[in-house]
Write a protein that binds this ligand. Structure first.
Ligand SMILES: Cc1cc2nc3c(=O)[nH]c(=O)nc-3n(C[C@H](O)[C@H](O)[C@H](O)COP(=O)(O)O)c2cc1C
Length: 181
């Protein structure tokens, strides 16, 4: 049976390296696996008063539906100040208010990232583990994608991986992650 994977980019930036990485993963999906790229566009800052008055925002519900329809998700995370970027954590916080158990409990999750720093988002990926453990997610641990020292050429806008080491790492990840799913 064919599998659906949702790769969620944690950056709102138009030229985002992490959105490019999500596209690279989608591009390399093997036959029988469809990878869809999702973004956080339109998700407002979490505010309990807004939730009480208006409920869950439409953009959060839309992302929730995409996750529920997927066999697995990949969090494609930037790293800010050695931690999780606020916009990404904010989106996950909203989702936890929408239906934490249905969305996350037992959910198969992969973690990858690309950044300009030397550790290639290792620290933000590690920080995510704490959140995913709380949710009871099943986290893929079979391979890592930690692309550091990134620049505009590392991955092209269309998801073509130009850097040789990064390309090997992404190919290996896609193969082992999709087999695991
Ligand atoms: C507020 C801020 C903090 C950052 N902190 C880190 C960091 O801790 N480690 C790192 O590798 N890059 C850091 N960077 C650089 C990011 O790797 C870079 O901006 C990257 O392009 C972000 O991902 P994106 O291209 O998907 O938006 C930081 C950037 C910003 C704006």
């Amino acid at each position: 049976m064919s599998k659906n994977v949702l790769a969620i980019s944690g950056s709102l930036r138009k030229g985002s390296f992490n959105t490019r990485l999500a596209k690279a993963i989608a591009k390399q999906a093997p036959a029988g696996t469809k990878v869809t790229v999702a973004t956080l566009d339109g998700i407002p800052l979490y505010n309990g008063d807004v939730e009480a008055a208006d409920g869950i925002p439409a953009a959060v519900t839309a992302l929730k539906e995409q996750i529920l329809a997927a066999d697995a998700i990949v969090l494609v995370t930037p790293e800010y100040n050695h931690g999780i970027p606020g916009v990404f954590k904010n989106a996950i916080d909203w989702l936890s208010r929408a239906d934490k158990t249905a969305i996350f409990s037992g959910r198969k999750v992969g973690l990858v990232g690309i950044g300009m720093g030397g550790f290639g988002t290792m620290l933000s990926q590690t920080a995510w583990l704490q959140v995913l453990r709380y949710f009871g997610c099943e986290v893929f641990t079979g391979a890592l994608v930690t692309i550091g020292g990134a620049n505009e050429d590392t991955i092209a806008e269309d998801g073509t991986v130009n850097d040789e080491r990064a390309a090997k790492s992404v190919a290996n990840y896609v193969e082992s992650f999709t087999a695991w799913v």
